[in-house]
Design a protein around this ligand. Structure first.
Ligand code: NAD
Length: 491
């Protein structure tokens, strides 16, 4: 299907109904490839946030009373519905944040369905407790219970994926949920919520768009909300932790990264060159992925050879263009504010003494698309910056765009020290054919996820979370439950 060209107004989904903001105000959604308004979303109010909490609270008793098997049945039906509406959802995600259609339709949508099916299979585990014999006179056991109302706060770079991992497991465990997508990219989440509400009882899943401070803060601080799961920046995590400090509640924080991708001289260099550039950071979402391998560490003996191979891989395979076109492999920066930030980091890298090896342009041509209808879009070339010190700001701060630093190292120990020398700990890649070295590196890297001779793979079979400044907790069925302990005297 192709989305119609007229501007469509999307609405909140509260208590099973599509609703406008109580203020009547809308926020324009900008297509980042053209810089033009393509849809509007509600600019919701505190009142709207409170209505969503009330709806989720009312729905909780009914939803949590269902047996695990019945809940599983609902979740499987949602998985089927996602597949049926896959084309539409992929197009909305692509229009909303510029993530190329070849990835949203072939990679993202099937993976969303697989999370719903996995969550359906996890409903029983989410209600399973333990029994303990306490001598002959008493017995103890634990019950696993849902928390109640969950709030999921979403980032703009990956709305449908983050929506899914939060909603599927929160619902599997018997909670009800409110999702607050980013005011910079809410369309796909609002439509996703509408579709899911064709299946679920009213109020079980609600979606409210709007400003982070007004709507997001109201939701996370609301006394009827029992748990919060944020995917976003460290600043927002701090703001939420501070605003809930007087009435603390459990949190999952999935935050940013500054992930190292480390290439040893014994690696398959062809594979590594593509793995650390195209798959590691540039293609798909133009580096706007939390695990983007934004620091490329290369053993000195192969440094110059690898630079050549990486440049070749980028010029041959990164095709910047209309993200709706199936041949485009890299899209624009997702919004104007972030575009300015990414451009300023490229300038900072130069000012700090970094040498641009490829890219660095944002305006003009070279690797940038030259079609007139894309002229006002937020385009930045895939950019490699050679540096000599990992302590520069360009190596320490999250750029969250198609910008990676390249730095040489001599020994394994030096690579480990440099890789760990950051406030973050989300992802790390190791490229080597030496099995012992691979295992040593996995143990020593301070990172929630380590990939060896590959990068960026995620799936429902394994947990995904961060260490250090990249957050804590994972969105899984057990994390959306709490344990209750019971003692019974039988003597
Ligand atoms: P952000 O922190 O600016 O915003 C995230 C969400 O928080 C938005 O919905 C926003 O409206 C809301 N928000 C802002 N202030 C709030 C407040 N005081 N109370 C409640 N909600 C509030 O992040 P972003 O710019 O949208 O996303 C990019 C960041 O997300 C990057 O740092 C990226 O690495 C990270 N990210 C992490 C993962 C992961 O799994 N670890 C995945 C995707 C993105």
């Amino acid at each position: 299907m192709k989305i119609a060209n007229e501007i469509r107004n999307y609405q909140n989904v509260i208590n099973g109904n599509r609703t406008h903001s109580s203020s009547g105000k809308q926020i324009d959604s900008i297509d980042p490839s053209t810089g033009k308004v393509w849809a509007t979303i509600p600019s919701s109010t505190i009142e709207d946030a409170e209505s969503a909490v009330a709806a989720a609270r009312n729905a909780f008793e009914g939803w949590s009373s269902l047996s695990a098997l019945v809940r599983a049945d609902y979740l499987r039906k949602i998985g089927d519905l996602i597949v049926q509406h896959g084309e539409e959802l992929a197009e909305l995600e692509t229009r909303d944040n510029g993530w190329v259609i070849r990835e949203t339709s072939y990679g993202l949508i099937p993976s969303l369905a697989s999370y719903w099916y996995d969550a359906a299979g996890a409903t029983a585990a989410g209600s399973k407790g333990d029994t303990v014999q306490l001598g002959s006179s008493s017995v103890g056991y634990t019950l696993r219970e849902p928390f109640g109302v969950i709030v999921g706060i979403l980032p703009w770079n990956s709305p449908l994926f983050t929506f899914t991992v939060k909603a599927a497991y929160a619902l599997a465990a018997g909670n009800t949920i409110i999702l607050k997508p980013s005011e910079l990219a809410s369309v796909s989440s609002l439509r996703y919520g509408e579709l899911i509400n064709e299946i679920l009882p009213p109020g079980t899943l609600n979606v409210v768009s709007g400003d982070g401070v007004e709507v997001g803060n109201t939701l996370v601080c609301h006394p009827s909300v029992s748990r919060v799961s944020l995917t976003g920046s460290g600043n927002t995590a701090s703001a939420i932790a501070q605003s809930t400090a007087r009435n603390p509640k459990p949190m999952t924080f999935e935050l940013g990264g500054k992930s190292p991708n480390i290439i040893f001289e014994d690696a398959d260099l062809e594979k590594a060159a593509q793995g650390v550039t195209l798959n590691g950071i540039f293609t798909g979402n133009a580096g706007q992925i939390c695990v983007g391998g934004s620091r490329i560490l290369i053993q000195r003996s192969i440094f110059d050879k690898m630079i050549m191979k990486m440049k070749e891989a980028i010029t041959e395979h990164s095709k910047l263009g209309d993200p709706m076109h199936p041949e485009s492999s890299m899209g624009p920066i997702a919004n104007a504010i972030h575009y300015e930030k990414v451009c300023s980091y490229i300038e900072l890298g130069k000012k700090e003494g970094g040498e641009i090896i490829i890219g660095g342009r944002h305006g003009g041509q070279s690797l940038l698309p030259d079609h007139p209808h894309l002229a006002e879009g937020f385009w930045v070339e895939p950019t490699l910056i050679k540096v000599t010190s990992n302590s520069l700001r360009i190596c320490q701060e999250e750029v969250f765009g198609p910008v990676a630093t390249v730095i040489p190292f001599d020994t394994e120990e030096e690579a480990i020290n440099m890789a760990n020398d950051t406030a973050y700990g989300l992802g790390a890649g190791v490229w080597t054919t030496n099995l012992n070295r691979a295992h040593r590196m996995i143990r020593k890297l301070e990172s929630g996820n380590v990939w060896v001779n590959t990068y960026r793979t995620v799936g429902p079979e394994l947990p995904f979370g961060g260490q250090k400044g990249s957050g804590y907790g994972v969105d899984s069925v057990l994390e959306f439950t709490r344990e209750k302990t019971c003692y019974i005297e039988i003597g």
